[in-house]
Design a protein around this ligand. Sequence first.
Ligand SMILES: *[C@@H]1O[C@H](CO)[C@@H](O)[C@H](O)[C@H]1NC(C)=O
Ligand SMILES: *[C@@H]1O[C@H](CO)[C@@H](O)[C@H](O)[C@H]1NC(C)=O
Ligand SMILES: *[C@@H]1O[C@H](CO)[C@@H](O)[C@H](O)[C@H]1NC(C)=O
Ligand SMILES: *[C@@H]1O[C@H](CO)[C@@H](O)[C@H](O)[C@H]1NC(C)=O
Ligand SMILES: *[C@@H]1O[C@H](CO)[C@@H](O)[C@H](O)[C@H]1NC(C)=O
Ligand SMILES: *[C@@H]1O[C@H](CO)[C@@H](O)[C@H](O)[C@H]1NC(C)=O
Length: 539
Amino acid sequence: MYYELFLTFFILVIKSISEQICSSRSHINVVEGEPFYLKYCSTSLSQKNKTHPTRWFKNNGLYGWVELNTSSSPRITLHDDILEFWPVELDDQGSYIFQVGHDTREWTLNVIKRNKHSCFNEEHVLNKRIEVHKSLQITCDNTLYAKQINRTSLYKNCEKISQSNKNPSIQKNAEFRDEGNYSCVFFLYHNGKLYNITKTFIITVVPEHSKVIPAVLGPEFSYVEVQLGKDVELICSALLNEDDTFYWNFHDDNVLHPNVHEEQSMRTWISEGKRHASKTLRIEKVTENNLNFLYNCTVTNPEATDTRSFILIRKGMTDIPGHMFTGGIVMAVVLSVAVVCSVILCIIYKVDVALFYRRLVKRDETLTDGKTYDAFVSYLRVCHPEHGEEYTFAVETLPKVLEKHFGYKLCIFERDVVPGGAVVEEIHSLIQKSRRLIIILSETFMSNEARFELESGLHEALVERKIKVILIEFMPVRNFTLLPQSLKLLKSHRVLKWKAQESLPYNSRFWKNLLYLMPAKATKPSGIELEVMPILPTP
Ligand SMILES: *[C@@H]1O[C@H](CO)[C@@H](O)[C@H](O)[C@H]1NC(C)=O
Ligand SMILES: *[C@@H]1O[C@H](CO)[C@@H](O)[C@H](O)[C@H]1NC(C)=O
Ligand SMILES: *[C@@H]1O[C@H](CO)[C@@H](O)[C@H](O)[C@H]1NC(C)=O
Ligand SMILES: *[C@@H]1O[C@H](CO)[C@@H](O)[C@H](O)[C@H]1NC(C)=O
Ligand SMILES: *[C@@H]1O[C@H](CO)[C@@H](O)[C@H](O)[C@H]1NC(C)=O
Ligand SMILES: *[C@@H]1O[C@H](CO)[C@@H](O)[C@H](O)[C@H]1NC(C)=O
């Protein structure tokens, strides 16, 4: 709203050699009591042919369109393609049509009430934001009445600061105290009567570097498929500063767009600390005229301008062309499959991803917890012969891989503590010094009463959550009901199944899963052995 009238000052393009500038915008704001005129932007063709009669109409609401003549109002004068208001009043609000031959042009005039308590109307201002120390320039010029203006005064916060016959201006480096409302008041005589026009700048001085280069978002040309007779909305978004001007341009001398309406207000929002805005252009019942025309969306400030164009093209016979539809479906399916696959892969390879990440960031959880061992290994040891497969696994295979290859420090009771004698207190203190408790589970373990030694340690581990437990199912366990109560609390991913030959290589899933459950440790032992070395002696 605020920008509209000023756009008439700035965006007006001199299109003819005629002295007065024509009114190219179709929505114009003007303040009550100021002189104003509407001028048809004639094409060179109709310019030459003066034989066409010209007519002016005003929409008087209830009475519809009424032709204007010199006696319609004492304030109105008609000169062919110019309609002058001396001055414009609230009554003049409404739509105007100029007709020459078959050519017509329509404008909508919005008359703003004069503010009795201020020298300007706050609905009719131009906001300028200037960074401190940057050049502040205010020039009082009026392009519409340049020739007729007799003198001009410049006011700051409604106090006169300068007056001259020419254009008073300010040119300096901005300081914070320069903030304020600057009004240029142009005086002109018409038929011996004095009139004035006010143009106001609200100057805000902001800290340095707070300005962005305005940019319209999206591609330079957007093609929009439409069906004739249907309504369409074009939405243009931009990155901009608070005082930048943001508008649609759809005016053209040769093509009339009476069914095109620019939304008066814009939506604004802040994203990533930057100001954004969007403005809609509504096209009702699209006609042939609207096709293949550049509807331009522009954001501008004194330093930069950016424009994007929207072009309406006719939609194909079907709503969506077949190939596009199939293509779209295929794309959608491929995309969803890809997403699902990545998720599944991430779940399947969660362990690999986690291990890779550990290596990447050299994560180490073992440095600061004051514990001695990375894991306490427990297996059945009392009642059965000591040289079974379990023994080999616990005392040879496990340390060979975890200690020699991956650099962990294990506490294996049989190996590291007292051969034979099991002291419950000692087991507890060792478990407390360990980061993990690895229990090698098998049918023999299950049925043996010696397991109760572990019960209290397990209780501590699981209930008080001081240590994490890893179960290795060395032999398939048929009867889980024999498991100590506390072990049943374990989550299934903490149970690893040993699959003999298949689990042997260092890079097998078994070891990966075990590493994943072990604490992250950055140090690696020297002398890494071959990656795929069998460890167990073949039975
Ligand atoms: C401008 O004209 C209006 C009447 O249209 C008048 O009320 C106002 O005082 C004038 N302003 C100045 C600065 O003379
Ligand atoms: C001007 O318009 C009249 C009526 O439409 C036409 O007869 C005449 O040829 C036109 N003249 C020029 C120079 O275009
Ligand atoms: C001029 O217009 C007024 C209404 O606006 C109408 O009453 C009057 O008759 C018109 N005069 C002429 C000469 O057409
Ligand atoms: C302004 O108008 C006054 C009164 O009509 C006239 O005396 C004066 O010369 C004019 N000045 C200019 C610069 O047009
Ligand atoms: C400038 O104008 C705005 C809007 O009318 C008002 O809010 C503000 O107080 C004015 N500033 C000064 C310094 O008068
Ligand atoms: C839109 O912009 C293009 C250049 O980007 C220009 O050629 C065209 O005249 C503009 N159209 C309108 C209606 O301003």
